[in-house]
Design a protein around this ligand. Structure first.
Ligand SMILES: Cc1cc2nc3c(=O)[nH]c(=O)nc-3n(C[C@H](O)[C@H](O)[C@H](O)COP(=O)(O)OP(=O)(O)OC[C@H]3O[C@@H](n4cnc5c(N)ncnc54)[C@H](O)[C@@H]3O)c2cc1C
Length: 410
């Protein structure tokens, strides 16, 4: 006799654990499966945006993450030629005016344990190989402790992050997956860290960026990520990070620093705008639906938000007993309504602004017109429509800054 659940959630990252917590809290029988044994690390910059903090609050975890994380008050952008601009994080009626940096080994285990406390059953070390639709539900096949096992549920939530094999088997990938590549390392003894995150376009291949995210006084998560222009480019993410760390203004912060642990790289999927987000009796959440911001590389907030939206939609399906295409389609309608335009425009923004000719003028325009800095930070936090950054008045300010930016650089 196979174990029977209401919902099988595959993947216990932020997206899967958030969905599992909320579904279990609603009284549903939830299996949460992950191929890893926890606590497990996830290669990440470890930054939690104010929107991520908001969902963590709804889950009842705000005070715990505030206690564990390092408070961030602002953001500093550094252009390729070294010009910088700094701004505090924007105030917002709903979201905190700070961000947090919290190691994923802690965050993800907190979320997973919370899902268990809410009543979900966690199956660690369970590598899911297939999710098939049956009459009235799904069957999940997985290997665990060297044995083949199966379970059944009425619906599945797939939250496997940037891992492709399961989605490929299920036919739930876009025709062309859009990846960027990033690597990170932890360093202690870093000089001149403050309460800002640094997003740097100097010393990295463009389109891409380097980051320095403080985790504690003197300790930082440092990384570099980029989009490959051609599939034949020999550069690796860890190579880009090594070059970033040797870039003189960055190297000056690391003269007395030493690395903790290994350099780790991982891909990021940013193709939500063209990715499937559901199949038969199946919803995709987080990075499994390509939900990583193409400009900033953040995906934890989108994973938490889509996980909680999936839980809300599934609760409605269970309340009415309606799992039809139309009922499950409510998830896609809400997700696309909220994020589709944002992703399409942010891909455009990345293509236009993340190039060596415009980044220095953009940062100079931010220095001259502080409202441009505010707009940049608001768009980065997804508080404002990215189309505002493409308005003629903004482009005019950036173009007006081209000459002086070049002259200064020379
Ligand atoms: C270098 C780097 C830096 C980043 N920096 C940031 C940042 O600072 N802030 C931010 O918000 N985002 C950042 N991101 C993006 C962020 O890490 C992801 O978008 C986020 O983790 C997605 O959450 P998720 O729940 O969708 O998937 P994940 O967190 O990837 O979790 C997926 C889970 O599924 C499990 N799994 C996969 N396949 C299977 C299977 N077949 N069977 C069972 N289990 C399976 C995995 O073990 C994993 O636990 C970064 C990413 C990278 C690579």
């Amino acid at each position: 006799m196979l174990s029977q659940y209401d919902v099988a959630v595959v993947g216990a990252g932020p997206g899967g654990s958030a969905a599992a917590s909320l579904l279990a809290r609603a009284g549903l029988r939830v299996a949460l499966l992950d191929k890893a044994h926890f606590p497990r690390d996830k290669t990440c910059g470890d930054a939690l945006s104010p929107r991520a903090i908001h969902v963590l609050q709804q889950l009842g975890l705000r005070s715990q993450v505030e206690g564990l994380g390092y408070h961030i008050e602002g953001v500093t952008f550094v252009a390729p030629q070294g010009r910088q601009v700094r701004a505090p994080l924007s105030p917002h009626p709903r979201y905190a005016a700070h961000a947090l940096v919290l190691r994923r080994i802690k965050l993800d285990d907190l979320l997973r344990r919370h899902a268990i406390e809410e009543g979900a059953e966690f199956l660690g070390g369970a590598r899911v190989q297939q999710v098939e639709t049956l009459k009235g539900g799904v069957q999940v096949s997985f290997s665990r402790n060297g044995r083949q096992e199966r379970l059944q549920a009425r619906v599945a939530v797939i939250a496997v992050g940037a891992s492709l094999p399961l989605l490929q088997k299920m036919g739930l990938l876009p025709r062309r997956v859009i990846y960027s590549y990033a690597a990170r390392a932890y360093y202690e003894g870093v000089r001149r860290l403050d309460r800002d995150i640094q997003i740097r376009f100097d010393g990295v291949p463009l389109p891409g960026y380097g980051w320095i995210f403080p985790l504690a006084p003197g300790t930082a998560n440092v990384g570099a990520g980029f989009y490959r222009r051609s599939r034949h480019t020999p550069l690796t993410a860890s190579g880009a990070l090594a070059a970033f760390l040797q870039h003189p203004p960055v190297a000056a912060m690391f003269t007395a620093a030493h690395r903790q642990g290994a350099v780790k790289g991982f891909p990021l999927r940013t193709d939500f705008h063209r990715s499937p987000v559901r199949g038969k009796r199946t919803l995709l959440v987080g990075e499994a639906a390509g939900m990583v911001n193409p400009f900033t590389g953040e995906g934890v907030d989108y994973a938490l938000e889509s996980g909680s939206l999936a839980a809300e939609c599934l609760q409605a399906c269970f309340a009415t007993g309606d799992f039809s295409e139309r009922a499950l389609g409510a998830y896609e309608r809400r997700l696309r309504g909220r994020f589709q335009r944002f992703f399409v425009l942010t891909h455009g923004l990345r293509q236009i602004y993340m190039n060596p000719w415009l980044l220095d003028p953009l940062v100079l325009a931010c220095q001259r017109w502080p409202e441009t800095t505010r707009l940049l930070v608001d768009v980065m936090l997804a508080y404002r429509d990215p189309a505002q950054a493409l308005r003629p008045s903004v482009i005019w300010k950036v173009l007006r800054s081209i000459r002086p930016a070049r002259r200064d650089a020379g």
